[in-house]
Design a binder for this molecule. Sequence first.
Ligand SMILES: [Zn+2]
Length: 141
Amino acid sequence: MSSNNDCIKFHLNIEDPNIVFSDYFKKYINGKYHSVYQAELIQPACPYCHSNNLKHNGHYTSNVRFITADASHPVTIRLKKQRVLCNDCLKRSMAQSNLVNKYCHISNASKRKVLAALTEDRSMTSIAREHNLSVNTIKSS
Ligand SMILES: [Zn+2]
């Protein structure tokens, strides 16, 4: 089987089974064409009680700047994180991913730090401030 999802994950070297890519397109942002990949992040089970009896409750979309070796071709992953309500323990949760933890090929230390910060799920504004980048670069919407 070779779906769009498999091809994109192979290309971006993403192995998280809970990320499902659905589409990709080019978007002109701030003078550059970005490759935008659209994906959904699945919440397979309740993190509190591990129940699969979940009620889906919309999405939280974050635009993750996926830093590639070639900075002139920015890649953004528009990640729609599933929000769920657990029918068993009645707690709400949101899907999480360590999407951005595979970057041994990136030489720039500050980029590594940004990526490390993203894996900690910090606010984009705080990461941008710390690394002197615009919030648009690391944008969360
Ligand atoms: Zn639960």
